[in-house]
Design a protein around this ligand. Structure first.
Ligand code: DGJ
Length: 730
């Protein structure tokens, strides 16, 4: 890792182990982007720092053709209103209503370390690698506005982390209408754009299309990351595979409205930008005030998707997730949601715990329905008091009873919500997000709490805290089951209402920070109606996130492939579901459900008191395998071997320990294909010269052979067969 400024040539150089990022001054004023890609030793790129179509001679006519130059230069970060007609990362408005803002280079600073972003999740240096940060200051003289571009790198990573700070040094207010975290202008190399999309129960499906003229926007306006679109995009060159091709990726460390945009202009330049969604956003910057954007993690790979994926996995494990549970095997849990829904009581939970202990399950999670008068999904959110008609022995006693059965105890909350039919709403109707005079639209018969207001956060958090203090509770599932709309807050005046969405996310982060400070031993799992808020922002607070309400192993192949494209397997909440599955009706063998769930945090969501003896025995066997294999999945390097999306009938992925001594490949034959008895799978990430023994057969292969020639798997007749292959270095 190296950050350097060449004073003579006015070129900034950022080096990671395998990549180089270069920018410099164009026309002695503007910070222009020169290069991002494979490592360069020769960084003399001054000749690239000008508008694309001009001749050497025309460069001296700058003022005559300034608009064309502003519109075609590869800017590092440009502002709107002075000739760059692409979507600019910064758009401001003055008190007088003017938009023009011209950012010119002012100064720079190179620092050891990486400053944290106040109130926001951010990557940090750790024992895995120190950090260096470059901060470049751009300014608009007339507005007295300074824009600080921050770039951080870590010793052990190829990622570059960017964020922006805007400071108003003038005497008048400045209204920020759009302030994104990154902008990356470069040549279009016949790129394809890949993004992640979906819906409830089918999140993060990998979707691609060629980059064509105009704009392509992926965004959320739901106040959360969303099931539908994901704050991730990557551009890939033709023929990109797991091991080949150039990939430029961006992922946003944020949990609210976002925008990820690509724009191809008339000169064949593509602009990638990412940040807080400007729709519905406006921030008032008072004189002397600063606004800091969340950060974007950029990764470039010239060896295909696999290197990009592993760079994100390692960065998030080494520099983002703070939880002490990150490197620990999480307890195998059983959650009562799909077992009982709202129909349970203390005895039922203890019965589940007793049976669960028999097969080696380690924690019981009491899901929705234990509080207020909650016997359905239409009431009581906000009334975080134990329903003693259901939990007749009281919470403390219930937890003691579950602990006595040998299980830890976890609990579900939905702290950001308020039911119209709740005592909290009857007492404080103004606590719900709303526009005065308009009845807010309900979703799941609930409203959203206005957590932009401190008194609302204090009230709800106080109730959550009291519950957690009342018993030996070791895990919390923090759920969020509807998007935000009818935006309005009694805590914000007309001028500041545009700050609502961002303040909501800041309020959420503040509440989760408080939870972690007050309960440092708590294992926190975030969740949003399944996987609607699976993002790097939430990973800063919780080491695991519920990936999807869909636990059907076939659906999970796509959901987990899309999620694992960026996020480590140790972060993916994954459980064995009841059969037939409640979202698809599909009947699958328990071993298959187990193998797919083992690629995540592992647990169960079924009524174990109704499971057959045969399945109980299988569950006990699966739990033993989880203990044996979890470390490989949790800490290893992830390799995509084959994708059901592409093969249409089978899927395979592998994890290899960092020392390359063990490899676990998970295979699933989704649909049996007649007259195709064996499938060849090439492994990856092994030591070519080492010998590996396949545990099941004791047959020994060289790493080289396994990676080049592969092994043959022979699925039996029938659908949904799955198997794990464990290779151990001799
Ligand atoms: C949505 C979650 O994803 C489910 O697991 C469950 O907790 C329900 N909410 C409860 O309402």
């Amino acid at each position: 890792m190296r950050i350097h400024f060449d004073e003579a040539k006015k070129i900034f150089e950022i080096q990671t182990n395998n990549t180089t990022y270069l920018m410099g001054l164009a026309y002695d004023r503007y910070l222009a982007h020169a290069y991002y890609g494979s490592k360069l030793e020769d960084t003399d790129v001054q000749y690239l720092l000008r508008a694309p179509y001009e001749t050497e001679f025309e460069k001296y006519w700058f003022n005559r053709e300034k608009v064309e130059k502003m519109d075609s230069l590869c800017h590092e970060y440009s502002a709107g209103g002075v000739g760059d007609f692409r979507d600019t990362p910064l758009m401001i408005r003055t008190e007088g209503g003017y938009h023009a803002c011209e950012l010119v280079y002012d100064s720079y600073e190179i620092m050891d370390g990486k400053p944290a972003l106040e109130g926001l999740p951010s990557t940090f240096p750790s024992e895995h690698g120190a950090a260096k940060t470059l901060e470049i200051c751009l300014k608009d003289e007339l507005l007295c506005l300074k824009v600080y571009l921050r770039y951080s790198v870590f010793e052990d990573s190829d990622a570059i982390i960017r964020s922006v700070k805007v400071v108003n040094e003038g005497k008048e207010k400045i209204y920020l209408e759009r302030v994104l975290s990154t902008c990356l202008d470069m040549d279009n190399e016949a790129f394809s754009l890949y993004t992640l999309h979906g819906s409830w129960a089918r999140e993060r499906d990998i979707t691609g299309r060629p980059v064509t003229e105009g704009k392509h926007i992926v965004a959320s306006l739901r106040g959360e990351t969303s099931h539908q679109n994901h704050p991730f995009m990557m551009l890939t060159t033709n023929g990109t595979s797991q091991t080949e091709g150039r990939v430029y990726a961006m992922n946003f460390v944020y949990s609210g409205n976002f925008i990820a945009e690509t724009e191809l202009n008339q000169h064949g330049y593509v602009r990638m930008s990412m940040g807080i969604n400007p729709t519905g956003f406006e921030w008032v910057l008072d004189p002397g005030a600063a606004f800091v954007t969340p950060e974007v993690v950029m990764v470039y790979s010239d060896t295909g998707l696999g290197h990009m994926t592993r760079t994100y996995h390692d960065l998030y494990r080494n520099h983002l997730i703070r939880s002490k549970y990150l490197h620990q095997k999480r307890p195998i849990l059983i959650n009562n949601w799909e077992a009982t829904y709202f129909d349970f009581d203390d005895d039922k939970l203890v019965d589940i715990a007793r049976e669960a202990h028999e097969v080696g399950i380690e924690m019981l999670v009491m899901d929705d329905g234990w509080f207020g008068k909650r016997n359905g999904d239409n009431c009581a959110l906000g009334d975080w008091f134990v329903n003693e008609e259901k939990i007749r022995c009281g919470l403390k006693k219930l937890v003691e009873r579950v602990n006595a059965e040998g299980l830890k105890f976890g609990i579900w909350f939905e702290p950001e919500m308020i039911s119209p039919d709740s005592d909290l709403f009857r007492e404080h109707p103004d606590y719900a997000i709303q526009v005065p005079g308009r009845t807010p639209a309900m979703s799941r018969e609930q409203y959203v709490l206005d957590i932009t207001r401190k008194e609302v956060r204090d009230c709800v958090y106080g109730r959550v805290k009291a519950i957690l203090e009342s018993a030996n509770i070791e895990y919390v599932k923090w759920d969020m089951n509807r998007p935000l709309c009818d935006i309005g807050s009694y805590g914000l005046d007309r001028e500041h209402m545009g700050e609502f969405y961002h303040r909501y996310v800041l309020g959420l982060y503040e509440m989760q920070e408080r939870l972690l400070q007050d309960f440092p031993n708590l294992l926190l799992e975030n969740c949003s109606g399944g996987g609607g808020r699976f993002d790097p922002g939430m990973l800063y607070y919780s080491p695991q996130i519920w990936t999807s309400d869909d636990m059907d192993p076939v659906m999970r192949l796509g959901i987990q492939e899309g999620t694992a494209l960026i996020y480590p397997l140790s972060t993916m909440g994954a459980h064995i579901c009841v059969c037939p599955n409640h979202t698809t009706g599909r009947v699958t063998p328990i071993e298959t459900r187990a193998n797919i769930a083992m690629a995540g945090t592992f647990g169960y969501e079924l009524d174990i008191t109704k499971v057959s003896e045969e399945d109980l025995e299988k569950m006990a066997a699966c739990n033993k395998l989880y203990h044996r294999y979890n470390e490989i999945m949790r800490e290893g390097d992830y390799y995509r071997i084959a994708s059901y999306r592409e093969t249409n009938y089978y899927d395979a992925f592998a994890c290899v320990t960092k020392d390359k001594k063990e490899c676990l490949m998970t295979f699933m034959n989704v649909l049996y294909r007649p007259n195709r008895q064996s499938i060849k799978l090439r492994l990856a990430g092994l030591a070519p010269d080492a010998k590996y023994r396949l545990e099941e057969t004791d047959k020994v292969y060289s790493g080289d052979l396994l990676m080049k020639a592969g092994i043959l798997v022979e699925p039996p007749m029938g659908d949904f067969f799955s198997k794990q292959y464990h290779f151990v270095m001799e």
